[in-house]
Write a protein that binds this ligand. Sequence first.
Ligand code: GLY
Length: 318
Amino acid sequence: MPESTPIMIGSERSEVGLPAGIEILARGGSALDAVEAAMRLCEDNTADHYVGTGGLPNARGEVELDASLMIGSSRAFGAVAGLHGYPNPISVARAVLERLPQHSLLVGEGAATFAAECGFTTAELLTPDAEKLWRETLLEAGDESVEGENTAAQSGDLAYKRAALDLVKRMAPHDGPWGTINIIALDARGEMCVGVSTSGYPWKYPGRVGDSAIPGAGNYCDIRAGGAACTGRGELSMRAGTARRVVDLLGAGEDPAKACRAALADAGILPDEYRAELRVLALTPDGRHGGAATLPGATYAVMTAGDAQPAMLDRSVL
Ligand code: GLY
């Protein structure tokens, strides 16, 4: 692999972790180390309700986490899904990648058993803030009618919220919103790594796994073309194979922003009663990057060695 100028990009709210990651790359560290370190800080950010500690719970009020890592040169993939009680699923995903090469993805109880065997420590992930949101938004809120004009994505969100409310009413004890983080790094040796971490859809059906843990859907990396990752409605990117599609388009010579838009357009033709925002990011092995979203106003973070802080760039709109 040719020598490269290190760079990291990430989805909204990844800026919490990128400075730590770029410091690792600037010292000659690996893309894998940089992505893991950056993502851990995002997972530990309790103000972020879509990842790690403080993530919003499933319909039973339990926080279930999905995360994955993929390496560009080997396309090695490690992931966990439906993990309870471990605050840094990205590190458990790395342990799957490195210590359990006979497998790529562990779920639920098995993932927790493996995390315990590896010596990871448990923590309470449902913060008072997240629990309050779960109770107020779903248990105490009434249903919402679709008022005024909504985009297809907004109508899908409202339909999803109504379905989640029904589910919570069925599953939650009677006494008693979403987003994922993507981080992509290119290191000085020309290696790439894509990391994704999420608490998934708030109020999801227990056991629901999204695209963040699925190679080709929410995460894909191939050093010959680049890396891509998704946030938003994982059920769509799983059906469309969105991250893999972006990387294939990069491989065919497409510009990163155009590749992201084309992949979103492909997912956009699928029928989906719960259609909601889908966003995608891409980075090439020569450091070009881009992002796209289905609605305007979305951004992504970019940082290179020597930058004081990440720059926030607009995503291209489908
Ligand atoms: N994209 C995150 C999820 O669907 O869980």
